[in-house]
Design a protein around this ligand. Structure first.
Ligand code: ATP
Ligand code: MG
Length: 257
């Protein structure tokens, strides 16, 4: 059985999608069979691995709202060993449409059950909210990775996220664990970055990954080419660090149950 790992933080623009795409691609490059699940109506993870949203007439929306089997929307990406369940703007309606439905919080979990044996890792990119889509992701997951941007107010909002995680643990998924906290977009030239690292480490201690993602122009450019960093610019610092992160994630254990 593969490990299901959500990448979540309701704060926007902290590096969830960049980390989902690049961690998935690096795990795939290291020989793991990986499924990336896009649960953000923005569909940035989908386009980030070279899948054209305009070509899709079905996406995760149809799985969550209409009970379409997940296998039917799963497609290969531009990277070997990496498949994706795409999201399109159609998913924007799901947050409201799911509200009156039965077992609305466990729909993704149920949908992924039949696929879990086919992959070593299933990585879920969450939207920037703590709504039903993120709750579905946390309920389906073995662990959650929290990206934290190295900037002022880095820890702001994290208590709401931790509270949601506790609520999911209490009511929906008692086995959910925090996989780790990932520091992102570090600008090594500033003292601020160093201060944030210290602050986050004081709070989360050994849950913080050794790999710290630098601010790297090539990481910012890669999505517009529909490629993860390891194919767009394999020699870049961004590629090196995401590969290191993938190795840390593998060392944390691939299967938890
Ligand atoms: N390490 C980095 N270096 C440079 N640019 C980065 C880095 N990480 C992310 N970016 C850029 O910053 C922006 C926000 O990153 P990203 O989309 O990964 O965040 P997000 O948390 O998924 O955002 P949202 O909350 O909107 O889903 C993007 O334009 C991305 O290309
Ligand atoms: Mg995103």
């Amino acid at each position: 059985m593969g490990k299901i790992l959500s990448i979540a933080n309701q704060k926007g623009g902290v590096g969830k999608t960049t980390s989902s795409v690049n961690l998935s691609a690096c795990l795939a490059q290291l020989g793991k069979k990986v499924l990336l699940v896009d649960t953000d109506p923005q569909g940035n993870a989908t386009s980030g691995v070279g899948v054209n949203k305009a070509d899709m007439d079905q996406c995760i929306y149809n799985v969550l709202v209409e009970d379409l089997p997940a296998e039917e929307v799963c497609v290969s990406s531009s990277v070997n060993n990496l498949d994706i369940i795409p999201a399109t703007i159609q998913l924007a309606g799901a947050e409201i449409e799911l509200v009156p439905t039965i077992s609305r919080e466990i729909r993704l979990k149920k949908a992924l059950e039949s696929l879990k044996d086919d992959y070593d890792f299933i990585i879920i990119d969450c939207p920037p909210s703590l709504g039903l889509l993120t709750i579905n992701a946390l309920t389906a997951s073995d662990t959650v990775m929290i990206p934290v941007q190295c900037e002022y107010y880095a820890l702001e909002g994290l208590s709401q996220l931790l509270n949601s995680i506790r609520l999911v643990q209490k009511h929906l998924n008692k086995d959910l664990m925090i996989e780790g906290v990932l520091l992102t977009m570090l600008d090594a030239r500033t003292n601020l970055g160093i201060q944030v690292i210290e602050e986050v480490k004081k709070y989360f201690q050994d849950k913080v990954y050794q790999s710290i993602i630098p601010r790297n122009i090539r990481l910012g450019e890669a999505p517009s080419h529909g490629q993860p960093i390891i194919t767009y610019d394999p020699k870049s610092r961004g590629a090196e660090v995401y590969l290191e992160l993938a190795k840390e994630v593998m060392a944390n254990g691939e299967r938890v149950r």
